[in-house]
Design a protein around this ligand. Structure first.
Ligand SMILES: Cc1cc2nc3c(=O)[nH]c(=O)nc-3n(C[C@H](O)[C@H](O)[C@H](O)COP(=O)(O)OP(=O)(O)OC[C@H]3O[C@@H](n4cnc5c(N)ncnc54)[C@H](O)[C@@H]3O)c2cc1C
Length: 379
């Protein structure tokens, strides 16, 4: 049964990540306010995560659709596109620096991007959605952990990897890739660790060994995020998630034993460790259309973190908003159905490509990682 569609459709987006906020911001630009439900109690309730590179034709196109490209250009870091590749003994294999006019993938801190997108939006913070039930007489029911129940004509799940909206349209669940990522960070690197600051440079540094990778990325304000990645048993993430800081550090130093001292220093000086086993949804992940509910971003196509997820999430958010804004209230369902058909195959291609990419970056044959880097890096 199609949900009842009011004159001005009641639309909710669940999640205020890149997908949900871009959707809401483009809708706002077209004069259609939507309800944004976010689990976090406040925008800065938890650390926002590392820097994001926003690509021309994807994240940057989405910001253009939101009317925010100029502000992005002012706040982003084109010099952050610099990329250095080392082998585990510290030999520099590639050292690519952007020209001043290169704007293909400038970096922006996630917190800055969130603030840019938030602008005038009114997010309902502290509203964790627990269940979405389509097909009701009054529309799609949304239940929250605070006990409230509301109905909408359209509910958009932009609530990330472990989406609570997804079960309303699909039984798919994320599976472990066999690769675990442990994240740490160094603050005030230029003053406290000038040698490491020079090693990382203005952008990213990556070193690839057998089934291991170490990536460091400069964020703004002298903050550097470090990602140690390694293969584990194919279907078993490590138990590092429950270990204390020094136990994780010791475990990582043992895993990367024999690597050059400056690379290991990135782990030695890391302040805290976050455990992020990498999960993916099946690729492609499609579902039979369910009137009144759809998915965006990681909720729809969780993929390995190879510089695509946030870009695609934002592009989808902007595209869905534009097509809803252009359709009449009675065409809402047709617009969503057409969007799902149009974007599902594209997301499937990216998901397949990034999974193959992860297999080459964290590989028994580190030459694969360098070859992949040469294929994607502009000359
Ligand atoms: C280490 C790392 C580096 C990455 N680097 C890049 C990069 O450089 N470029 C790139 O394009 N991508 C990158 N990605 C991928 C990118 O982070 C994700 O693809 C992107 O954040 C997805 O956006 P989203 O809005 O779909 O989901 P999320 O960013 O996960 O946002 C989901 C939001 O929903 C909220 N939420 C969750 N559950 C509920 C609920 N039940 N009720 C209400 N709210 C809820 C969450 O609190 C969150 O605010 C990286 C990922 C990782 C792990």
């Amino acid at each position: 049964m199609s949900p009842r569609v009011a004159v001005s459709p009641r639309i909710a987006v669940v999640g205020s990540g890149p997908a949900g906020l871009t959707f809401a911001r483009v809708m706002h630009r077209h004069g259609h306010p939507v309800t944004v439900l976010e689990r976090d109690p406040a925008p800065d309730a938890r650390p926002p995560g590392g820097t994001l590179d926003l690509q021309e034709g994807m994240g940057q196109l989405a910001l253009e659709k939101a009317g925010l490209l100029e502000e992005f250009t002012a706040r982003s870091r084109p010099e952050g596109q610099a990329m250095r590749v080392l082998d585990p003994d510290g030999t520099v294999l590639r050292d690519w620096r952007p020209r001043p006019e290169d704007r293909a993938n400038p970096e922006i801190d996630r917190g800055h991007l969130r603030d840019l997108l938030l602008g005038p939006l009114e997010v309902q913070w502290g509203r964790a959605v627990t269940e979405v039930v389509p097909g009701g007489r009054d529309g799609v029911a949304v239940r929250c952990a605070d006990g409230r129940r509301e109905t909408f004509d359209l509910v958009i799940g932009a609530d990330g990897a472990w989406s609570r909206v997804r079960p309303a349209v699909s039984s798919a669940t994320p599976r472990y890739t066999g690769v675990t990522l442990v994240e740490t960070a160094l603050d005030d690197i230029d003053t406290r660790h000038p040698d490491l600051a020079r090693l990382v440079g203005d952008g990213s540094l990556a070193a690839y060994g057998v089934n291991r990778a170490l990536v460091a990325q400069r964020n703004s304000g002298g903050h550097v995020k470090v990602y140690a990645q390694f293969r584990t048993e194919p279907d078993r993430p490590t138990d590092l998630g429950t270990a204390g800081t020094e136990a994780v550090r010791a475990r990582l130093l043992a895993l990367f034993d024999g690597w050059a001292a400056p690379l290991l220093d990135l782990l030695r000086h890391g302040t805290a460790f976050a455990h992020r086993p990498l999960y993916v949804l099946p690729a492609p992940h499609t579902w039979p259309h369910v009137p009144g509910v759809t998915l965006l971003g990681d909720a729809a196509h969780l993929m390995p973190p190879l510089g695509v997820g946030a870009n695609l999430a934002m592009l989808e958010g902007a595209e869905l908003a534009e097509s809803l804004a252009a359709s009449g209230p009675g065409d809402l369902d047709a617009a969503v159905r057409a969007f799902e058909e149009r974007t599902g195959a594209r997301a499937g291609r990216w998901a397949t490509m990034t999974l193959a990419g992860l297999d080459r970056l964290v590989s028994p044959d580190p030459a694969q990682a360098l070859a992949l880097w040469d294929e994607v890096q502009p000359s």
